[in-house]
Design a binder for this molecule. Structure first.
Ligand code: BTN
Length: 256
């Protein structure tokens, strides 16, 4: 019998580890449509994803066996669809807090849900909500984190890993169990209606918050200051004396 290192109530209690899959998000979504009801907190973890998906139709490429690529099923039926960004906040702070104990200062959440160390990307999330009416029935929360990968292909310019930062290898299952318990704790706060706690935790961990920085929106390059994130998830940037709101497709962070 295997020891259960997942200390939470439900996240990770039903864990399926796959050697190889196209995408853990796809796999979990297929399970949801084709099989009997799955318990909330089910986790699908893959050693290798050959068609991992990122945000905005990007690919998520990860060296086999080196990193965390997994998806968690949530059933946030208590959450109105207009507030779905609160789930994004919840998951982001859960992941952040786990890694913060390892990596310390320098770790940030880059809006909307990237995990950054200094100016490099350590991981990201693909959260796919299944909405019916104004409720979220199921949410497939896909998380990819670079942990033990020593180097990255040329094209992936700004990626980093825990290994590159700390020069040590980490036990992936142990880290997964810690991430699951942090996410669960914040999820239970969300469920209990502690929205202010979730929103303020997210905001205080945000990359470039209150800093004068350069952005691109369409053809325009401008200087602005991130002031926060609206309830609906839009990034709020103060520029030219006004606060403008942007969605993910509309704004790019320029590091130089
Ligand atoms: C991003 O930063 O663009 C989001 C990356 C999300 C990657 C994870 S890996 C596990 C899950 N399965 C996928 O196909 N994607 C997510």
């Amino acid at each position: 019998m295997q020891n259960n290192i997942f200390s939470g109530l439900f996240v990770g209690q039903n864990l399926l580890t796959l050697k190889e899959v196209d995408s853990t998000n796809n796999f979990l979504k297929n399970l949801l449509t084709n099989s009997k009801p799955l318990p909330e907190g089910t986790v699908i973890m893959a050693e290798h994803q050959y068609a991992g998906r990122g945000q905005q139709q990007n690919k998520w490429v990860s060296q086999p066996g080196k990193n965390l690529t997994f998806s968690i099923l949530f059933k946030p039926t208590f959450l109105n669809a207009v507030n779905q960004f609160d789930l994004t906040r919840t998951i982001s702070v859960g992941v952040y807090d786990t890694l913060r104990t390892l990596l310390g200062d320098g770790l940030k959440i880059k809006w909307p849900n990237d995990i950054y160390y200094n100016d490099r990307k350590l991981g990201g999330m693909l959260i796919e909500n299944m909405v019916q009416g104004n409720r979220i029935n199921n949410s497939v929360v896909g998380i990819g984190l670079n942990i033990n990968q020593g180097d990255f292909p040329e094209g992936i310019g700004n990626a980093t890993s825990v290994k590159q930062i700390l020069h040590k290898d980490y036990d992936l299952r142990l880290l997964l169990s810690e991430i699951c318990s942090h996410i669960e704790a914040y999820y239970l706060h969300l469920k209990a209606g502690k929205i202010d706690l979730i929103r303020s935790s997210y905001l205080s961990r945000l990359y470039w918050l209150n800093e004068e920085r350069t952005f691109r929106a369409g053809d325009e390059i401008f200087t602005g200051i991130i002031k926060g994130v609206a309830d609906n998830g839009l990034l709020q940037v103060y520029r030219d004396g006004l606060t403008a709101s942007y969605n993910l497709k509309e704004i790019e962070f320029l590091n130089k």
